[in-house]
Design a protein around this ligand. Structure first.
Ligand SMILES: [Zn+2]
Length: 888
């Protein structure tokens, strides 16, 4: 699954955004009696196992309900008088259990809504053996992306309703009564009775489609391979499909009717990636087809889902609309395809045994997507994104509420909260570090062996480590355990660097980097450390037991964590830092980025002066790599946020920030040049957004001038700038402008542009307009899947107002948020606040509405508010002093 950060992205460039936090805390569940030593985690009684489901569903889209029939082939392993499986919002009829002899038993069915189970009870214990459990049932069609859900959207021909399914992590039980846990793998036959004019898509190709009268057809899909329930998929609607073929597999993109022309990029990406992975994994993609299904709308939780053979992606992340798509969208399409197709192996073919090891899916897909995107598109320079991804993880990992990559998951809600920066980004960063440590070839051999051994099965993390260790002939288990079984960020302090005979001897101490526990006794890690002097060879060691040393060929500026493959921060002494600052321009862009990010985080954490970052930024030349300028723009925009509410000091800071950023923007300008690289194109939109956010009057005036020219004037509003310009106008809107944007949103027929306009309506700086956006979000007008995002977008500039509003309308808002996301939605809204009072509000909300085992997102939001208040109080004065000294 691809986590969704789209709403935050819109506000980010303008004013800095709160991160949506999340994580875990353990709680008790009942475990079945007599568990042997190694038994898979389950919330169901042991002793009954499904092997095959034959499902037939008849959706009634107009009534938002469906009828189902299922026959489940199962084995009773130990005599039992009950069969317990998972089901939500279902009622049952005509339930019959048939034994191998043909004898039929009629069970008594009861449901337990709280535990999400249905129990089929029999008068006498069932003997061990094979049975078929058949039942009819009814279920509901949801308005948010969980279970079977509907998306309503505009077309030129009027309103349309399409149906899709979304099951990860635990929502297949809303579609079919089932053993809805990843380690109960089974095969699936799916049949759907659908409107004759619609297209039905599932994991496997259609084997038969025939008219059954009343405007309906019966569509039967081929039997799936053995897989987990959360990977089953059904889509139904007025669709088009584009296809091609790779290595004997049919590759398709399914779109709402009339949009297949926007799918070329996605289809091309799927082809390239599938071919690459057939080679990389050494096990060929095993299904006859691989579709990617594009749907209008959005979710607060995710943008794409790796259903086996039928990837689901919201269309903003899959289709290219020539009117508004940017190079950023094109890159996103490739990288999301690379992520979801990696899951076809890591996740679908080999699945984590339980959600504790979710990172095996998500960390791996994150790393694989980055690797593959960089390989096929070196001109995008996306490999530099590894530093930003690691930063996201380290920022989350440095507060007390963090958790290990491998974590104990005991409830459905905890499982859904596990889709966070630790699981994705730290997981991906640790894989990158270990691949660097054993070497690319050994790593790939290990992965291939792991795939061969565990195909169609379930695994735990140690299965991967032992495969890689065997292939590498080098121990990695201890390092892997240190970084995945304990939380936190190692800090490597360079105690001394002595030059003698042309070599530098470095002495290290290993500590721990935290943002909120300055006196904490550090945990111990075995840390692979790579160092390099400018122009010299790279050397490496493993820092163990808290101490280490390394002799590096060359003297002068020596970079620790050279290549930035390590998951740790580096703290240099004053002399080494001065040497690095002096030689900064001679370092690789990757190392420059890593050093800037460490300098920033260590400064904000009080381990360096907060102004050290400004010293680095001030000396960066205007022609430095776009990635460096992007980092500076982001950091200055972040600093600016700390001055909110203090106009006089903010004006001083802005004067400096504008003096740094304007020359870099002057080089790039508003108008695209034919030879602009992708990073330059991205930097252009970022700098325009950041300058406008810093109240650069010239930039705001130019954005308004271009907006007034209208969306059809391609010179004024080129697609690459359309969202940026509209965003600036919306952020600075007065009532008349807001009304104009509102009218545009109402009239727009293209869902992609319409959704984006409703987001824009929600980012106004003006409080009264933000209030109007909140009220608009609760009406039917924006569409059911836009509303929660609108409230989220308001929280970018007005977190307190958005939180108070959401809470005051809690019952309405809850219906607009995916059921699995509620425990982190509200903390996400309020978490951007810089008001102490919000801490009490978040706690009060959690006490009342969030289960004690699911409050980690709240605690993390609170920790981040406290951290920001501390930075404002204790670090920002150093920035002021620096500005004073440098003529601010
Ligand atoms: Zn994923």
């Amino acid at each position: 699954m691809r986590r969704n950060l789209v709403t935050a992205a819109i506000t980010l460039a303008l004013c800095g955004a709160a991160s949506l936090a999340s994580a875990q805390t353990p709680a008790e569940i009942s475990r079945a009696a007599n568990p042997p030593a190694v038994r898979a985690t389950t919330q169901l009684p042991h002793g009954v196992k499904p092997s095959h489901y034959a499902i037939e569903v008849t959706p009634h889209a107009d009534k938002m309900a469906f009828d189902g029939k299922v026959k489940i082939s199962l084995d009773v392993l130990e005599p039992t008088s009950t069969i317990v499986l998972q089901a939500v919002n279902m009622s049952f009829a005509n339930s019959v259990l048939t034994g191998a002899s043909g004898k039929k038993l009629v069970p008594k069915v009861s449901v337990d809504a709280e535990n999400q189970t249905a129990t089929f009870a029999f008068a006498a214990p069932l003997a061990a053996g094979s049975y078929v459990l058949a039942t009819d049932y009814t279920g509901v069609i949801n308005t948010q992306a969980n279970g079977l859900f509907a998306i309503d959207y505009d077309t030129d021909a009027g309103k349309q309703r399409a149906l899709y399914t979304q099951f990860e992590n635990s929502d297949a039980r809303k579609f079919v009564p089932s053993w809805d846990e990843p380690n109960f793998k089974a095969t699936f036959d799916l049949t759907v009775n659908a409107p004759a004019a619609q297209m039905a898509v599932s994991n496997m190709p259609v084997v038969e489609s025939k008219d059954i009268g009343n405007g309906l057809k019966r569509v039967v899909f081929q039997t799936s391979p053995k897989m987990s329930t959360y990977l089953l998929f059904l889509g139904l609607g007025e669709f088009d499909r584009a296809t091609d073929s790779v290595d004997g597999t049919e590759v398709g993109v399914v779109t709402p009717k009339g949009k297949v022309g926007q799918a070329a990029g996605a289809l091309e990406a799927s082809k390239l990636v599938l071919k690459e992975y057939n080679d990389y994994f050494g096990v060929k993609y095993p299904l006859p087809k691989l579709d990617n299904i594009a749907a209008p709308g959005r979710s607060q939780f995710f943008s794409a889902m790796e259903n086996w053979g039928a990837i689901f992606t919201f269309e903003y992340a899959l289709l290219v609309d020539p009117k508004i798509s940017t190079i950023g969208n094109v890159q996103g399409i490739f990288s999301i395809a690379a992520h979801e197709i990696a899951h076809q192996w890591f996740g679908d073919l080999v699945t984590m045994s339980w959600w504790d090891d979710l990172w095996l899916n998500e960390g791996f897909a994150t790393w694989m997507a980055a690797r593959t995107t960089a390989k096929f598109h070196p001109e995008w320079k996306t490999e530099l994104g590894a530093v930003g991804g690691r930063e996201g993880a380290m920022s989350r990992d440095a507060v007390a509420t963090t958790h290990p990559v491998v974590q104990k998951i005991e409830t459905v809600e905890q499982a859904s909260q596990a889709f966070d920066a630790i699981t994705y980004s730290k997981g991906g960063a640790v894989i990158r570090m270990l691949e660097n440590y054993v070497g690319e070839d050994a790593w790939r051999e290990g992965v291939r062996a792991y795939m061969r051994t565990h195909a169609y099965g379930n695994t735990v993390s140690d299965d991967l480590w032992s495969a890689v260790q065997t292939a590498a002939g080098k121990p990695i288990l201890d390092i892997a355990h240190d970084f995945t079984l304990q939380p936190g960020v190692p800090l490597i302090t360079v105690d001394s660097a002595t030059c003698a005979n042309g070599n530098t001897t470095l002495q290290f101490t290993q500590g721990e980097f935290t943002k909120d526990r300055p006196g904490k006794t550090p945990l111990r890690w075995r840390v692979p450390v790579v160092a390099q002097a400018v122009g010299g060879a790279r050397v490496d060691t493993v820092v163990e037991g808290g101490k280490g040393s390394l002799v590096v060929p060359g003297c002068g500026a020596v970079v620790v964590n050279a290549g930035q493959g390590g998951y740790y921060r580096t703290l240099y002494g004053a002399e080494q830092f001065a040497a690095i600052s002096k030689g900064f321009a001679t370092l690789s862009t990757m190392d420059q980025l890593g050093i800037m990010n460490d300098t920033w985080a260590l400064g904000m954490g009080g381990l360096r002066s907060a102004s050290d970052y400004l010293d680095l930024a001030k000396n960066v030349p205007a022609d430095a790599d776009p990635a460096i300028w992007s980092d500076i723009a982001g950091s200055l925009s972040g600093l600016d946020g700390y001055y909110d509410g203090d106009a006089k000091r903010q004006a001083k800071f802005r004067k400096f920030a504008l003096s740094v950023l304007r020359p870099a923007f002057a080089r790039i300008g508003w108008n695209a040049k034919a030879d602009d690289s992708a990073p330059v194109q991205l930097l252009r939109t970022q700098l325009i957004g950041t300058l406008a956010g810093l109240d650069d009057e010239a930039v705001i005036a130019e954005a308004r001038r271009r907006f007034a020219a209208g969306p059809d004037d391609a010179n004024a509003m080129p697609p690459a700038l359309r969202n940026t310009i509209t965003g600036i106008v919306a952020y600075n809107a007065d009532a008349a402008t807001w009304d104009k944007l509102h009218a545009m949103a109402k009239a727009e027929k293209t869902p992609l542009i319409k959704d984006s306009l409703y987001s824009m309506l929600s980012i106004a700086k003006d409080k009264a307009l933000a209030q109007r956006a909140l009220e608009l979000a609760l009406t039917d007008e924006p569409g059911a899947t836009n509303s929660a995002g609108m409230i989220g977008a308001v929280s970018g500039s007005h977190p307190d107002m958005a939180f108070d509003f959401a809470l005051a309308h809690r019952e309405q808002v809850d219906k607009l948020v995916d059921s699995t996301s509620q425990a982190r939605y509200y903390p996400g809204i309020g978490g951007g606040s810089s008001d102490k009072a919000m801490i009490g509000k978040l706690r009060a909300y959690a006490d009342k509405y969030i289960a004690p085992s699911s409050r980690n997102a709240t605690e993390t939001a609170i920790a981040n508010i406290e951290y920001r208040l501390k930075v404002r109080e204790t670090r920002i004065p150093a920035i002021d002093a620096w500005l004073q000294k440098h003529g601010g």
